[in-house]
Design a protein around this ligand. Structure first.
Ligand code: PBG
Length: 328
């Protein structure tokens, strides 16, 4: 049936007609808000390259989490900065480090909030790489033991979900074993399975103070040119026990989100990373685009591509906007 009998514009005429045939719905249920925790007291440092994002000490973090809960956002993911960095990132598994303390206090105040923790070493190592070095090489297997200790320490603090973002081979299995051996069989693993070596992480490295001091992450993060490899990485992580998988970044990798959704049987999360956030913020601040509108368009595209969950610095703004809409 073709024009003039069929006219697709008929269902675009009014908002109510558009609502009736809308295929994708972004909901607050899809959103997870990333937060950065620092040592100290009374700290709320703006991150220059990420307007609206801050580094918090644990006490100030609780105020922020309270506003997240208020907006009915179902989960947060925590990134920690240490007091002191060293060669092996040992503060990452210190039970009294900022992330561990934050998890404990948050779960005490809001037991229902889903608390995820990022497990990686780059914030904690003096060299800024995601693993243990020998010379200038990141050592895969030696790193696994440390990651497992970090995950256990987060689980002990009360994290619901452990999210390893280091991209070492075999880390999901190492973490699953460690958690199970210690009685944390209910702690979930959301693996950054398809994590690309991306220029879009720039602003995050300011926020988490995690830029590598030499070289880059190409020997462990994925080549942006690869798609089959993403499916392979995801399959391996599922074999090893991942309960959910992450594709990261999101915007330049919507095809990967789609493929993983179709080819793998686990929930899929998209990480709408720092550079994707900052680009929109910068263009909006210059008056070049309508920031709210582009934010919603971008988040909707991730759901449309197949993401079940979106980790995004926009979570609070999007949740607020969604609420106003509903109230209209
Ligand atoms: C740690 C980690 C990174 C991000 C999440 N976990 C940075 C990196 O790999 O350098 C990036 C998140 C973002 O850009 O928002 N490995």
């Amino acid at each position: 049936m073709y024009f003039p009998v069929y006219r697709p514009r008929r269902f675009r005429r009014t908002e109510n007609l558009r609502r009736m045939v809308r295929e994708t719905r972004l909901s607050v249920d899809n959103l997870v808000y990333p937060l950065f925790v620092m040592p100290g007291k009374g700290v709320k440092n703006p991150v220059q390259s990420m307007p609206g994002v801050f580094q918090f000490s644990v006490d100030r973090l609780l105020e922020e989490v309270s506003s997240v809960v208020e907006l009915n956002i179902p989960g947060i993911i925590l990134f920690g900065l240490p007091e002191k960095k060293d060669e092996t990132g040992s503060e990452a598994f210190d039970d009294n480090a900022p992330v561990q303390q934050a998890v404990g206090q948050i779960k005490k105040m809001w037991p229902e909030l889903s608390v995820m923790t990022d497990v990686c070493l780059c914030e904690y190592t003096s060299h800024g790489h995601c693993g243990i070095l020998e010379g200038s090489e990141v050592q895969n297997d030696a790193t696994l033991e440390v990651l497992a200790k970090v995950a256990l320490s987060h689980a002990r603090a009360g994290a619901d979900v452990i999210a390893p973002s280091d991209m070492m081979d075999g880390r999901v299995a190492a973490i699953r074993d460690e958690l199970d051996e210690n009685g944390f069989d209910q702690t979930a693993i959301v693996a950054y399975s398809a994590k690309y070596c991306s220029g879009f992480y720039g602003p995050f490295r300011d926020a988490a103070d995690s830029a590598p001091k030499f070289g880059d992450r190409r020997s462990y993060q994925m080549d942006p040119a690869n798609s089959n490899e993403a499916v392979r990485e995801v399959s391996l992580d599922i074999e090893e026990g991942a309960d959910m998988v992450i594709v990261k970044p999101a915007l330049a990798y919507l095809d990967i989100i789609r493929r993983v959704r179709q080819e793998c049987d686990r929930p899929v999360a998209a990480y709408n990373v720092s550079g994707e956030y900052s680009m929109i913020k910068a263009a909006a601040a210059n008056g070049w685009i309508d920031g709210d509108r582009v934010m919603m368009e971008v988040l909707t595209s991730m759901v449309r591509a197949g993401a079940d969950l979106i980790l995004t610095y926009f979570a609070k703004e999007a949740a607020a906007l969604l609420q106003n809409r509903r109230a209209e």
